[in-house]
Write a protein that binds this ligand. Structure first.
Ligand code: HEM
Length: 227
């Protein structure tokens, strides 16, 4: 394949990675806002279950969910292809090369970090989303599926609750590193690259990559500690 078309295809891949990645960032904000209700104690049960019902049945949100699943798969698949392509482009590392001198650890390990996040999402969806859609669910006083209780019991499981909580915290650390590089990199790839705005975009990206995963990690820790 000509060098030009290789470059072209890798640029196109990066473009789609950036678009789907930023869409997934907006999902994280919405998902976090909904999940914060899980720290409201028993009083939050019926409200959270009503919210979960709305999110799984309202037609416009259902359509957005399909776009979300597609984006997760596309972002992951494209990321794997890009990682392989980058490795092939430089099969032998230069002996004198010192990567840490010109790039941060996260940017050199986006494939690894992304894989950890993908494994997290698949197991996470198997535990909650798949059960909510097709599994056996307790029912609350309003007749809604009691997702609130399912989440509480998951992180408060007498033997595995501590493991699940730790896995969530570790996954959120990986997500933080992934976003630390990915957020501002996406804007660069999309060509939103101006002296005046670069500093702001970087700062927003660093803030996002610390605050969002940290808040996600607090939720299971809080549930586990308040059993
Ligand atoms: C404290 C951390 C989290 C908790 C307690 C949590 C809880 C849940 C629950 C209860 C559901 C099922 C909702 C439903 O089917 O209506 C769900 C779905 C989902 N979660 Fe999470 N989540 C957490 C973090 C995350 C993170 C960090 C990601 C992505 C990296 C994520 C990705 C997803 C996805 C893709 C779905 C399916 C959403 C949909 O169908 O619209 N979650 N989560």
């Amino acid at each position: 394949m000509a060098a030009n078309s290789m470059l072209g295809s890798s640029l196109v891949k990066k473009y789609w990675m950036a678009l789907t990645g930023l869409f997934l960032c907006t999902f994280l904000i919405v998902h976090l806002a909904g999940n914060l209700q899980l720290m409201g104690g028993d009083a939050a049960r019926e409200g959270f279950n009503e919210y979960a019902k709305f999110m799984t049945t309202f037609p416009l949100i259902k359509i957005t969910s399909y776009l979300l699943y597609f984006s997760i798969l596309f972002h992951a698949f494209d990321g794997i292809l890009l990682t392989i392509q980058n490795r092939k482009a430089r099969p032998v590392q230069y002996a004198y090369e010192k990567p840490s001198a010109n790039s941060i650890w996260a940017s050199r390990n986006m494939g690894l970090l992304g894989t950890i996040i993908l494994v997290f999402i698949v197991t996470h969806m198997a535990n909650f989303w798949a059960r909510m859609h097709w599994g056996e669910m307790p029912i609350d006083v309003n007749g809604n599926k009691d997702l609130f209780t399912v989440v509480m019991e998951f992180f408060r499981d007498p033997s595995l609750g501590v493991v699940f909580t730790l896995v969530y915290v570790i996954s959120m650390i990986a997500m933080g590193f992934h976003l630390w590089h990915g957020f501002s990199s996406a804007f660069q790839t999309l060509g939103i690259n101006h002296k005046k705005y670069n500093k702001i975009i970087k700062s927003v990206g660093y803030g996002f990559s610390v605050i969002i995963p940290a808040l996600f990690a607090v939720i299971p820790v809080y549930i586990f500690l308040t059993k």
